[in-house]
Every structure is written in structure tokens, then in C-alpha cells.
Unconditional design. Structure first.
Length: 433
């Protein structure tokens, strides 16, 4: 509105100026003033009157707008003061709540500290109870083992046969050949042709029976009836299509508690019938803390079963098989102790370590007691493979007893099949009596 009035005043002033510009607005003479006013004069007068009126209206409008602005400014100031007061009240309330929250937090910290102290006391108590339970469990286990040993000794029980069941894991080589199942696929030909394996089953605290495989052993079953304590071994897998074999192998893995399997299971039987192996002493040996009744070892160089095999290997690898000794070699089962002179290649050593750590996991060792032909009690030990270790440059993996022994009875048909593998009249080992 004010802008419009300003423009109107500008236009009227311009018209009044133009009306008076270049002519007379009032003529000279004795007539009254109104009669002497010219047309230009009347226009100029009208413009002046209009300018006066519009100017007056403009001032009134300006005063009214100023009054409105003053009222609006007063209202805005009042609103601002009210909002500031409300914010101050809210701030005060927030500070009050913050102080209350800080106090509550401090109280919670005190409660938490008290709870932590009580929890620590409870944990200490639980640890003590756990230790007491563990100690009690160990005492009960030892007492049970002692009772079983006493019972076996008093009954004069001997072990008729020892049976080892070793399921291979899914990371083992799927092969029915001893030389491939127990060792990795070497990159170096020297390691493939000169690395063998040896299995040891404890007979007491000091002695163990050995089952030897030379390098590249392609057999899947073999027996050793020449030794005083006869042994037989088998490697069974999916290639055996006899009825029920596959399911039986799965049952052995489940019996051992092994989840991973490549389908192959190694069996070893040791005939102790004529060697007076005390069941009580063997039971006591296997139930001792951290007992390790079974181990798989690598041999370097391999054990040569014949002189001819050794001579062939010597021509191919003279640097690894040369001896500094003048002692004559036997004609069979030639063992060379040349690891210090010819250390095992590092690349092959790494492969053996990785293979031993992944190919073997669980095993089962069974003691079949001598109770006549009709029945035989079985004491079963579940074993778990420990991480591979190295001794004198050679790797080995030991199997530790993983649980309390379980008692059972051998199936008549199964027992008869085991007994049928031995010669009719095995020679007794009088040295072990």
C-alpha cells in the first residue's frame, strides 16, 4: 500500500510540474483570482490538492502500519521471552533429571561392583567345587581301575588277543595299500622310495610290538607268523564288495567316535594266547593317566625286508644309504641308522607332519581275554590321536586313551574267524612268561 501511494504522489507531482511547464497558470488582470486561473493552473491546483490528500493518506497508512509492526514486534518479543522461559524451565528440568540419572548410574555401578564381587566369589566357589568333583572323579576312576586290576589279577586272566581298529579320516589317501594309506604322496622320488612306516602297540610299560611297512608297500593284508608273537593286519575299504562290509566299516568309525572318514579301516591283530600276557597288568598300564598304547612312526631310511631290495636302493641313492660302519648287514629286515649322516629332506618332513596331523584321528584297541573257546570278555579302549611330534628327525603320532575302558563280550562267530587266522600250533614265547 505504501509503495502504491508513493508512486501516485510521484505521478501527480510530475503532472503538476508538466502542467506549469511552458505556460501560464494564472493571467494578469483586475478580474477575481479564480477567473484568471488558466486550464494549466487548474490542472496544477488539482494535482496539488490530490498530492496533499494522497500525502495525508500515506502518513495515516504509515502510522497504522508502524503501529501494527510495533504490536507485532511486542508480540514476537513476548513469544521469544515465553519460549526462552520455557527453554530455561526445560533446561533446569533436564539438569535435574541428569543429576538424578548420574546418581542412579553411580548406584548401579555400586550394585554392579557388589554383583561382580559376589560373582567372583561364586566363580571361586564353583572352581573349588569343580576341582573337588574332578578330584573325586579321578579318585573313583582310579578306584574302579584298581578294583578291575585286582579282579583280573586274582582271576589269573590273560589276554588271548589284541585287536586294533584304525579308521582313516577323509583327508587320508583313499587306498587299500599300506604304503599309500599311511604316508602322503611325496613330491620327491627319494622320499617315495625310501620312507617307510612302523606301528607300535604297547605290551607293558617298556615293551611294544612292531608292525613294519617298507617304502611302497603295495599289500592290503599281510601276516607275520615267524616272530614269537604272531601278528596279522588288513586294510579294508569300499573296494571290498562283500555284503555288509561298508556298513561294518561305518559302524567302526561310529564306535571310535570319529566323524570324518574316507571309508577305509586298518585292522591289526596280535596273538598273545601263548605268551602269558597278564590282563591285569595290561589294564593297569592302559588306564594310567595319559597312557599312550599305540603310535604310528615314519622310518628313514625304510626297513629293507631283503638284502636285494637294499642293494637296488643303494645303487639308486648311494648318497643317502652309504654307511660308515664295517659291520655286516643281515639278509632280512635291514635297518639303517643314518639319519644324522643323511637328514630327512625338509620338504618331505613338512608333508609327513601335515599328513599325520590330518589322516589319523581316533582308534579302538580291544583286549580279548582268554576264557575258553565258548566265550571271551572284551575290554575296549577308545584312543585319540595327539598332535604329531618329531624325534631324531623322524615324525610320529601317538594315540592316547580318551575315555574309561568299556567291558563287553566277543561274538562267537567273530571270535572264531579271528582264531582261524593263526597257525594251528603257534610257538610259545617263553621269554615273556
Amino acid at each position: 500500500m505504501t509503495a502504491f501511494l508513493n508512486i501516485a504522489l510521484l505521478v501527480i507531482g510530475t503532472m503538476a510540474t508538466l502542467a506549469a511547464f511552458g505556460g501560464q497558470t494564472c493571467r494578469d488582470g483586475a478580474e477575481p483570482i479564480l477567473e484568471r486561473v488558466t486550464a494549466r493552473g487548474w490542472i496544477s491546483l488539482m494535482c496539488l490538492v490530490m498530492a496533499l490528500a494522497i500525502g495525508t493518506i500515506k502518513e495515516l497508512v504509515t502510522q497504522r502500519e508502524d503501529a501494527k509492526q510495533a504490536v507485532s514486534a511486542a508480540r514476537e518479543k513476548a513469544d521469544a521471552d515465553r519460549k526462552q522461559a520455557e527453554q530455561s524451565a526445560r533446561l533446569a528440568e533436564s539438569n535435574s533429571r541428569l543429576a538424578l540419572a548420574s546418581k542412579s548410574l553411580e548406584d548401579l555401578r555400586k550394585i554392579d561392583q557388589i554383583t561382580q564381587d559376589r560373582l567372583s566369589d561364586t566363580t571361586t566357589t564353583l572352581d573349588e567345587v569343580r576341582k573337588n568333583l574332578s578330584s573325586t572323579r579321578d579318585d573313583l576312576t582310579q578306584q574302579s581301575a584298581a578294583n578291575q586290576v585286582t579282579s583280573l589279577v586274582n582271576a589269573g586272566q590273560n589276554v588271548r588277543m589284541m585287536l586294533l581298529l584304525l579308521p582313516l579320516t577323509a583327508k587320508a589317501r583313499p587306498s587299500a595299500k599300506f604304503g599309500e594309506a599311511f604316508l602322503p604322496s611325496f613330491d620327491l622320488s627319494a622320499c617315495r622310495e625310501l620312507t617307510g612306516t612302523e606301528l607300535r602297540v604297547s605290551m607293558n610299560e617298556r615293551d611294544s610290538e612292531r608292525i613294519v611297512h617298507d617304502a611302497g608297500d603295495v599289500a592290503d593284508e599281510q601276516d607275520d607268523f615267524k616272530q614269537p608273537m604272531q601278528k596279522a593286519e588288513f586294510l579294508v575299504g569300499p573296494s571290498n564288495h562283500e555284503k555288509g562290509v561298508t556298513e561294518a566299516l561305518k559302524n567302526i568309525s561310529r564306535l571310535a567316535g570319529q566323524k570324518s572318514s574316507n571309508g577305509y579301516v586298518y585292522f591289526a591283530a596280535i596273538n598273545t594266547l601263548h605268551h602269558s600276557v597278564s590282563a591285569g597288568r595290561l589294564y593297569a598300564t592302559f588306564t594310567r593317566r595319559s597312557a599312550q598304547p599305540f603310535a604310528i612312526l615314519m622310518s628313514w631310511p625304510t626297513i629293507f625286508k631283503t638284502r636285494q631290495a637294499y642293494e637296488i636302493a643303494l645303487k639308486k641313492y648311494p648318497d643317502m644309504l652309504n654307511r660308515n660302519s664295517d659291520q655286516p648287514l643281515p639278509n632280512e629286515n635291514i635297518e639303517l641308522d643314518s639319519t644324522r649322516q643323511h637328514p630327512y629332506p625338509a620338504a618331505c618332513s613338512s608333508q609327513v607332519q601335515q599328513y599325520f596331523a590330518s589322516a589319523f584321528d581316533k582308534a579302538v584297541l580291544e583286549l580279548i581275554l582268554d576264557q575258553g573257546q565258548s566265550e571271551s570278555e572284551v575290554i575296549m579302549f577308545k584312543l585319540k590321536a595327539l598332535p604329531p611330534k618329531q624325534m631324531n628327525g623322524k615324525w610320529y603320532v601317538s594315540f592316547q586313551v580318551a575315555s574309561s575302558p568299556e567291558l563287553g563280550a566277543a561274538d562267537d562267530a567273530f571270535l572264531k574267524n579271528l582264531l582261524d587266522i593263526w597257525p594251528a600250533e603257534p610257538k610259545p614265547d617263553t621269554a615273556t612268561k
